[in-house]
Design a protein. Structure first.
Length: 217
């Protein structure tokens, strides 16, 4: 785990979202709840795009296997499946293979299947929802480590990803240092506010004008 990923893993998605707002950067995606696994994930993205049509030429491989083999320890597989066809973009055997590879988790803008298998091995999966329908005969893998669109955010291979119970956020490598600095500052200020509340200060005083204007400037 490199330094930026380690720092990101100590934050939460809300602090990162606030930092992105402060810096006027896009990157937050809602509506991808955690369906399996426990706790936050943070890492670099390995991207995969699924859709209809013909798969690229070459040996026949099941979707997801190329992304797993391309992933380094601690990376996160990020999947676009916006074909409109109900089909799983991820499944149980893939989850096991990814966990054994050291993949930190999966974020899928699409449906996933075999979610009970992912739960059984505590493999983190964030997705739009679940289906029992197979991808076979419905969608194909169009590209690995090309750009994908998650929500309205374009994600490239190597982008930073954080996902937890509140949402998912993506950060471009060229922005990560200033996003981390802003998020760490916000998190520290909020921890100081929590300590003030525990010490007995009124919440109206603690969450006053300074909190409302924290993301300005």
């Amino acid at each position: 785990m490199n330094d930026a990923t380690a720092r990101l893993s100590r934050l939460d998605c809300c602090a990162v979202s606030d930092a992105l707002d402060k810096l006027k950067l896009a990157g937050v995606v809602s509506g991808l709840p955690q369906l399996a696994g426990s706790g936050r994930i943070a890492g670099r993205a390995v991207t995969m795009k699924l859709g209809t049509g013909a798969a690229p030429p070459g040996p026949v491989r099941h979707l997801g296997t190329t992304a797993i083999e391309a992933a380094n320890h601690g990376e996160i597989i990020v999947i676009e499946q916006k074909s409109g066809i109900e089909a799983g973009s991820w499944g149980g055997i893939l989850a096991l293979g990814a966990k054994l590879r050291g993949v930190a988790g999966v974020v899928a803008d699409g449906l996933v299947r075999d979610i009970d298998e992912a739960k059984a091995i505590d493999f983190p999966v964030f997705a739009r929802g679940c289906t029992a329908r197979t991808a076979r005969g419905r969608v194909v893998e169009l590209a690995v480590n090309g750009p994908v669109v998650i929500g309205s955010v374009t994600v490239d291979a190597g982008d930073f990803v954080i996902a937890d119970g509140s949402g998912v956020a993506f950060i471009k490598p060229q922005d990560v240092e200033r996003v981390l600095e802003a998020a760490e500052s916000i998190a520290a200020r909020e921890e100081a506010m929590a300590q003030a509340l525990r010490a007995g200060r009124p919440i109206t005083e603690v969450m006053g004008a300074s909190y409302e204007h924290m993301l300005k400037g």
